[in-house]
Write a protein that binds this ligand. Structure first.
Ligand code: FES
Ligand SMILES: [Fe+2]
Length: 271
């Protein structure tokens, strides 16, 4: 049985039986969608109920191949191959749980920030009468996965649209008010940047409200001691130094530092 939408003419289709299709309009552009497809790192953090762990074997602009542990503790080897020109990617379960299953995703651009996505599920070894039920289960799962992805993709686009690079050199110190009246964490605007001031171990740390990796919002992320763990991909940072504690090559760089004077808290430009 063919999926209930048109394939691109060059699309060969899967040799595995088709069990169902999921389609949805998403308020994102093609770039955010491609980025999300190749972003293997977000799976255990944004989709924690479906993926509990991932070990990447290989990744690049072509896609990724990784060992993935699902929500019930079963491992499988999954490969995602992206074809940007055809606006399509195919995810194959190569080994382990659901081995042989393929998920073909394709989208059409409906507007500058709107795409329609079609996801076809191909699953081997399912008798014809049971295929519809299995297809519905896959569609339900994908509804949840895309619910979880939309906020991330939209949030990242907003951050890219608003991003202001650098801080004006002439910035004057900013009086945040009497310490007695302040509660932390505190969100402040300074030199066109949105910053967070937190009180950790009696000292004040200042850091940007967007993650340096892919700009996840950090304002509502609670600290664990001095550690801030980004919700999108789990990178951890020491908010006192900005150092990335999970080993990736990015830093939480603050353009400002906090200073206490006469019972008041001030923000001033660093360096
Ligand atoms: S956006 Fe990826 S770890 Fe923060
Ligand atoms: Fe996702």
């Amino acid at each position: 049985m063919m999926p209930d939408h048109e394939f691109m003419p060059s699309q060969p289709g899967s040799m595995v039986p088709h069990v169902g299709t999921y389609r949805r309009i998403l308020p994102v552009n093609a770039e955010r969608m491609f980025e999300n497809a190749v972003d293997w790192e977000h799976l255990p953090f944004q989709h924690a109920s479906s993926f509990s762990a991932i070990e990447c074997e290989d990744a690049g602009p072509w896609g990724w191949r990784a060992r993935v542990c699902n929500g019930v503790g079963k491992w499988s080897l999954i490969e995602l191959r992206l074809d940007r020109r055809q606006r399509r990617w195919v995810t194959r379960n190569l080994e382990g749980a659901n081995s042989g299953a393929e998920i073909w995703t394709y989208f059409l651009e409906r507007g500058s920030n709107e795409i329609e996505i079609f996801v076809d599920f191909f699953v081997p070894g399912i008798d014809e009468p049971a295929r519809e039920k299995v297809g519905r289960a896959y569609a339900k799962l994908y509804e949840v996965l895309y619910d979880e992805d939309v906020a991330m993709m939209v949030g990242r686009q907003e951050a890219l649209d608003q991003r202001v690079e650098g801080v004006e050199r002439s910035l004057e110190p900013l009086d945040l008010g009497s310490l007695a009246g302040l509660s932390f964490p505190l969100s402040v605007e300074f030199g066109g940047r949105s910053l967070i001031v937190s009180k950790v171990d009696g000292a004040y740390s200042v850091y940007p409200d967007r993650c340096p990796h892919m700009l996840a919002p950090l304002a509502d992320v609670p600290l664990e001691g001095v550690v801030l763990r980004c919700p999108w991909h789990g990178y951890e940072f020491d908010v006192r130094t900005g150092e990335c504690l999970t080993g990736q090559s990015c830093q939480l760089t603050s353009p400002a530092a906090a200073r206490v004077a006469d019972g008041r808290l001030w923000l001033e430009r660093k360096g």
